[in-house]
Design a protein around this ligand. Structure first.
Ligand code: FAD
Length: 458
């Protein structure tokens, strides 16, 4: 069997293991953590509350991935209709706000609609960045009061510093009629790219990996410190060194690149220009479950420290002790634009204060669980540096034969299903390379598949 190593055991690493398993290959998987799953890990605290590493739900529309995830949890999953809302200066509009102005102060509604109508009659203007896109899509008032504020909180930089190539279906661009309907009626439709989602009944989101992790030889507590692509060796912080015939990496690019022996200075410099947010997650468990009607709430006000709240007990009853409820707050920073200094626990009291200010927590609530955790890499920031820096970094990795994948290898705004598929594609690339070198250890079937895939892409 060719010796293929997978660095990282999140969705992307698991996608790679699954693809290799399909060819009869058992890869060796490494992770720096003492647990598998990366961003899709789940933790149950002694108090009985379970939290994922950030709010995780599965809304993939790909039937193959739906089926694979369902098999992983032996068909034991919840299917829920999504309900989202927003908090803005004491008001709780439904999501997306642009379709639900009803109930906001009259002056705000009038300004938003008149600016929106004015914008509808403007000739098309060039859009150089996300700020332009927001202004032309919504008019000044709405853009400035809502998404531009949110951008500063969530992406940690101004909208004018961002491109628009990450948008996809994420921000809904309404017609004037839709805006008017939502301003007049309290029951305008919720339009969102997610309508329903699935979540494992037991064990949290990480249960979706059950099927895949056993497909590789798992090595936890193995932090990669260097990779020698010429000698095909990976070295770990614990002193272990392993050789490889092929390597798939889901390690974040700004960490991966400086580890590669012989990497040129301009590639290291490009990797430093890649920006990503850092997230402090504050996990709170209380003695009451009727906390919110929404699965997730977006917070626009800049004097409230969190950008989003999720309520894990609403995803599966097993996520909290009976009759109790849980809240997960996301507070964003980034090394490039808003560095986080301190320890995650510093934010617990601040989050609790803000939860009380907006009325989510009541004075009578008993807080049973209060924890914090740091995600050094959260959301890729699509700033103006990203595209060029990424071309340099990916070009180099292709040259030295390191197959990158996942949210922080592809360096995209990818959901779990996309990260899984990215891992499969990266494994396919490794197989392709081995086949090109005529690796006799690949099975006849594997060689056939590789040829077919190559032919198909040609
Ligand atoms: C706050 C938040 C909420 C999200 N919500 C959703 C959602 O609701 N639905 C959805 O579909 N997607 C969601 N996503 C996206 C989803 O988390 C990602 O697409 C996916 O989990 C990324 O998987 P990955 O394997 O690419 O990366 P990761 O899960 O980060 O895996 C990378 C792995 O590499 C390991 N690693 C890193 N450095 C080293 C090293 N030096 N040595 C060894 N190992 C190393 C890490 O420990 C980790 O296990 C969310 C993401 C965030 C941040």
């Amino acid at each position: 069997m060719p010796n293929i190593v997978i660095l990282g055991t999140g969705m992307a690493g698991c996608g790679a293991a699954y693809r290799l398993h399909g060819e009869g290959i058992t890869p060796t998987m490494f992770d720096e953590n003492s647990y598998h799953g990366g961003k899709t890990a789940s933790f149950r605290y002694e108090s009985g509350f379970l939290f994922d590493v950030g709010p995780h739900i599965s809304y993939t529309k790909d039937p193959r991935i739906q089926e694979l995830f369902a098999e992983s949890v032996e068909q034991q999953y919840e299917t829920l209709q999504v309900y989202l809302n927003n908090y803005w200066r004491g008001y709780w509009p439904q999501h997306p706000v642009q379709l639900h102005l009803h109930g906001l102060p009259e002056d705000v509604i009038i300004k938003v609609i008149s600016d929106f109508a004015k914008e509808c009659h403007q000739p098309e203007r060039p859009v150089a960045n996300y700020e332009d896109w927001l202004l032309t899509s919504f008019g000044n008032s709405f853009a400035e009061l809502f998404p531009m504020q949110y951008t500063r909180k969530y992406h940690t930089t101004d909208a004018k510093n961002l491109t628009t190539d990450w948008l996809g279906p994420r921000v809904y661009r309404p017609s004037l009629e839709e805006v008017l309907r939502g301003a007049i009626s309290p029951s305008a439709p919720q339009i969102h790219y997610i309508t329903h989602f699935r979540y494992p009944t037991q064990g949290g989101f990480v249960s979706y990996l059950k099927k895949f992790v056993p497909l590789g030889r798992l090595n936890l507590n193995h932090k990669v410190t260097s990779i020698d692509p010429k000698a095909q060796l990976v070295t770990f912080a614990n002193g272990n060194v392993v050789g490889y015939d092929g390597v798939v990496s889901s390690i974040p690019l700004p960490d991966l690149i400086p580890m590669i022996e012989g990497v040129p200075a301009d590639v290291v410099e490009a990797s430093r220009r890649l920006a990503c947010s850092t997230c402090v997650l504050v996990n709170i468990g209380i003695n009451r479950e009727d906390i919110s009607k929404a699965h997730c709430t977006y917070f626009y006000d800049e004097d409230i420290c969190f950008s989003r709240l999720g309520f894990p007990h609403m995803l599966a009853a097993s996520n909290a002790p009976a009759g109790m409820g849980s809240i997960q707050a996301e507070v964003y920073f980034s090394q490039k634009y808003k560095p986080f200094t301190g320890v995650p626990e510093d934010l617990i009291e601040r989050v609790i204060t803000d939860l009380r200010r907006c009325g989510i927590l009541r004075d009578t609530d008993q807080i049973i669980c209060r924890k914090a955790m740091l995600l050094r890499y959260a959301n890729v920031i699509f700033d103006q540096d990203r595209a060029a820096a990424l071309r340099t970094v990916h070009g180099y990795l292709d040259e030295v034969g390191i197959s990158y994948c996942g949210r922080y290898g592809d360096w995209g705004y990818m959901w779990t299903d996309e990260s899984f598929k990215s891992g499969e594609n990266a494994a396919q690339k490794v197989l392709g390379r081995l086949a090109a070198y005529g690796d006799s250890r690949l099975t006849g079937e594997a060689r056939l598949n590789i040829k077919t895939t190559a032919d198909a892409s040609a």
